[in-house]
Design a protein. Structure first.
Length: 583
């Protein structure tokens, strides 16, 4: 069942799209977009808030609060229903294509009667958009590219959504009669960037009560599979969740079987067979005696095969089994190893929380340092100025001294040190915001591409390399700019960029926002060969999003990355020397 914040956020975002489609007021559209982000990022569950409580959320005005309260109370918003009725469903389906905005979607519907993605692709292939204003060759090419990006996810879930659903399933099962333990497995436990279905394993002597409890969980809209030890349900949104029940003494083998990629499991099965064992979803069995080999833990299971325990994020059959056999698995970076976050935003630009709240939340995570990196002026919608950023610097220093800041009541940072930074915009020619003298006063600068995604390969490569060569740029943020299911990565010679980063000492970010995960694990593996160092960042725009580093760390693990190569695992003194170019 969706978190109320996410459910309401999606509703408000839908209404913002409907306003755009129907040619409504642009200010009103932006207000609903902002409110959607504010509610999704709000750290508390809004389910129990009334209209007054909702109005206390920054970015949620009285009118929107009343509508949200109506939805929480009745399950619908009358004003939204009328607008929905005025927009053909096919138009919103078309808007799921990256690069296809509301006006173009409506034009396709009105001028060509197109109401679906497949129908649009067929129309482009048949030349039926020829002569339609705004749909020249470049636009048609971009649409086809956008369709390919959207189809890559194929309705798959992002990590955060899959995790929330999996946690709800596990929490619902642990109280079932006879259930001794439960855990999520599958692609989610391997931390793949998208998840097709949520897979859960439970341990019980009698599967019946556990399966009965599973199919009765609140999110289970319908049962799609019901067997003796396995069941599957679908949520109202179409997400599939499965559970398999194994005997408690087979827990380790059952969890390992449900977690590993097919190739990993196949390799384990072959290794087991060479030892006279049969490895199956229900456990590990002596093939000759027909008796189950006790594997109460995964460590027991891997040991029975002569292997060290393999971290779930490595179970893709990329050499981890040989390494486990030789005792050569790496010590992977973990979320707990991070001493700070080098990419965060406040409400000075597009964040949802004031500086003091972000600092307090970061301190609560036990960080030794935090970099605040609001957007620079070339991202014009953020309306940044030198005066604003310098005022933020003063507020930041006051917080560090314990002399206050907005909403602090004079509280300090609990010993956490603050780095004043900025997220600069990499222009098409590779230049960044502000002159060198001004940039030199920042503790840290992240530079990112936020526009001109369609430049050709040579131009994008030059653009990134020039940014790397800027002595005031310390980190390249979300380097490929991709948004999963929404925008593909830019076309650049990444190996040339990685080589430039290694040469200049520029750090590459592993951005933990669930719709970015940029760099992804295969790029991290390639960059490591060049000697690049990395930062695991949240790109948090709210206090809740500081937890995004969980996904950064998982992506890094999938690339076999050790803590030593991650700059924000270092003590502050070492990090400062590195940022100054002296260590």
């Amino acid at each position: 069942m969706a978190r109320p914040n996410d459910e309401v956020g999606a509703l408000l975002r839908e209404y913002a799209d409907l306003i755009a489609i129907t040619g409504g007021d642009a200010f009103k559209q932006r207000a609903y977009e902002k409110a959607a982000r504010a509610i999704r990022g709000h750290p508390r569950d809004i389910g129990g808030l009334d209209a007054d409580g909702l109005r206390d959320i920054p970015g949620v005005g009285a009118s929107i609060a009343d509508k949200v309260e109506e939805y929480l109370r009745t399950g619908r918003v009358q004003a939204f229903e009328a607008t929905r009725a005025a927009v053909p469903p096919g138009v919103r389906r078309l808007m799921s294509i990256p690069s296809l905005g509301p006006k173009k979607a409506m034009a396709l519907y009105r001028e060509r009667g197109i109401t679906g993605v497949d129908e649009l692709v067929e129309a482009i292939d048949a030349g039926k958009l020829a002569g339609l204003s705004g749909f020249g060759p470049r636009t048609r090419e971009n649409i086809l590219r956008g369709v390919a990006v959207a189809r890559e996810t194929g309705g798959r879930m992002l990590l955060d959504a899959a995790h929330d659903l999996a946690e709800e399933a596990v929490n619902g099962l642990v109280g079932a009669a006879g259930c001794e333990r439960a855990a999520w497995a599958g692609a989610l436990r391997r931390m793949r960037e998208t998840v097709g279905s949520v897979d859960v394993v439970a341990a019980a002597r009698d599967p019946g009560p556990v399966l009965e409890a599973f199919t009765a969980l609140p999110f289970a809209a319908r049962t799609v599979e019901a067997g003796r030890v396995r069941a599957a349900v679908a949520t109202a949104g179409g997400q599939r969740v499965t559970v398999r029940v194994v005997a408690p003494e087979a827990w380790g083998a059952g969890l390992a079987h449900a977690t590993g990629a097919r190739a990993h499991v196949a390799a384990l099965r072959e290794r087991a067979a060479r030892r006279g064992l049969r490895f199956a979803p229900d456990g590990l069995v002596d093939a000759d005696a027909g008796e189950r080999v006790a594997t109460a833990t995964e460590e027991d299971f891997y040991a029975a095969l002569g292997l060290d325990w393999v971290p779930p994020t490595l179970r893709e059959n990329r050499g981890e089994i040989d390494a486990a056999a030789e005792g050569a698995l790496p010590a992977l970076v973990t979320e707990d190893a991070l001493r700070g976050d080098l990419h965060t935003h406040t409400d000075l630009t597009d964040g949802l929380a004031p500086l003091a709240a972000m600092v307090e939340a970061a301190a609560a995570r036990g960080y030794a340092y935090l970099a605040v990196t609001d957007h620079a002026p070339r991202l014009r919608m953020q309306r940044m100025t030198e005066e604003k950023i310098l005022a933020q610097r003063e507020e930041l220093r006051a917080l560090e001294r314990g002399t206050g800041g907005r909403g602090t009541g004079g509280r300090g940072t609990g010993g956490m040190r603050l780095l004043h930074g900025a997220e600069l915009n990499i222009a098409p020619d590779g230049s960044v915001d502000w002159p060198d003298a001004f940039l030199a006063e920042f503790d840290l600068c992240v530079a990112s591409i936020h526009s001109h995604f369609g430049l050709d390969r040579a131009a994008q490569t030059r653009r990134l390399i020039r940014a790397c060569e800027n002595p005031h740029v310390h980190v390249i943020g979300h380097p490929t700019t991709r948004k999963i299911g929404l925008r593909g990565r830019i076309d650049a010679d990444l190996d040339a960029v990685f080589a430039a980063c290694a040469r200049t000492g520029t750090v590459l970010e592993i951005n933990g926002h669930p719709n970015r995960l940029d760099l992804h694990d295969e790029h991290v593996t390639r960059a490591r060969r060049h000697g690049v160092r990395f930062a695991l960042d949240s790109d948090a725009h709210s206090t809740r999003e500081l937890a995004n580093v969980r996904w950064s760390a998982a992506t890094a693990q999938r690339a076999w990355l050790p803590a030593a190569e991650v700059v924000n695992t270092w003590p502050l003194a070492r990090l400062r020397r590195f940022l100054r170019g002296s260590g």
